[in-house]
Design a protein around this ligand. Structure first.
Ligand SMILES: [Zn+2]
Length: 305
């Protein structure tokens, strides 16, 4: 099933016009003005503070600093969602799909445009099995947020165009390495998209660190978490690594259930559609779902609601 049910399309948060960066900017500027009355040199302190915070904040992937970022569902529930980044991959994806089908789990795959264009059969398999797909940029350039707005727009748009050829329009964008910048909110708004990161990860470095992956996730996992995993196997010893990785993924699923938590699809956890069939795009655009609203209308506290 490609299109999401309408009852999952609800706005989880009241709107807010300002992000944390706006509020901090206003505060810093006001403080600088006040201090300038006393001594103009002192006014530099809050401004330097603001610049430093703005430089560091994007690396904290759970903070909605420049734009609203969804990083989790409601912590009051008993559910979590699994997300797999960087695929599809001809070694890992088929095996993962088999495991997810066996465990009766629907996940979300944040694919790169490059890999999606290389492996149309895998994208079709992901969709056929009822999983959802998000946009993870075209090249997965970890420095993309330092490049121009035009380049960033192209990275996202190009991936959207590729996914379109598979009959889907995705709303959810996950930036490479989870890092954002001041331009991203406007770009996503223009494309009718929103930003999704995660609240639980094992720092697996794209499956370069597979040992005890399940232990690291299970030690941290909390109700409402969006779990970041990877659907790609690094070049060396692909098949051997894949088997070890698959055992870890199975361990994560079993461990989550042992903790009394349920693994549910991401759209159900965050109460937003992740994607929809192209056939339904026109129809869905009549709904007041948050993806069609300007990014600045969402609460800066959206992350925690
Ligand atoms: Zn990634």
């Amino acid at each position: 099933m490609i299109a999401m049910k309408e009852d999952t399309i609800t706005d989880p948060a009241p709107g807010s016009r300002l992000t944390i960066s706006h509020l901090l900017g206003i505060f810093s500027l006001s403080t600088a003005l006040l201090l300038s009355v006393w001594d103009i040199r002192l006014s530099m302190i809050p401004l330097i503070f603001f610049v430093l915070i703005s430089f560091i904040a994007p690396f904290f992937t759970g903070i909605s600093y420049f734009l609203p970022i969804i990083t989790r569902g409601k912590p009051s529930g008993k559910s979590v969602s699994l997300t797999f980044d960087d695929g599809p991959d001809p070694i890992s994806t088929p095996a993962l799909l088999t495991l997810l089908a066996k465990k009766n789990i629907q996940a979300t795959f944040f694919v790169t445009g490059k890999n999606a264009s290389r492996h149309p059969d895998l994208i079709q398999d992901i969709l056929r099995q009822g999983h959802t797909i998000g946009n993870h940029s075209y090249h997965h350039d970890p420095l993309i947020m330092l490049k121009s707005s035009k380049k960033l727009f192209q990275e996202i748009q190009r991936t959207q165009d590729i996914l379109k050829t598979y009959g889907i329009h995705t709303f959810a964008f996950r930036p490479p390495a989870g890092i954002t910048n001041p331009k991203l909110g406007k770009i996503l708004s223009r494309l009718g998209m929103y930003c999704v990161n995660y609240s639980c990860r094992a720092f697996d470095m794209g499956n370069r660190r597979i040992p005890n992956l399940s232990g690291k996730i299970l030690r941290k996992i909390q109700p409402g978490d969006i779990v970041l995993l990877h659907d790609i196997i690094p070049a060396k010893e692909k098949k051997q690594r894949m088997l070890k990785w698959l055992i870890e993924i199975e361990g994560i699923v079993d461990g989550i259930r042992k903790k009394g938590l349920e693994v549910i699809p991401l759209p159900n956890l965050i109460h937003r559609p992740v994607m929809e069939s192209i056939r339904n795009v026109t129809h869905a655009s009549h709904h007041e779902h948050p993806a069609s609203e300007p990014w600045w209308k969402h609460s800066i506290f959206l992350t925690y609601l």
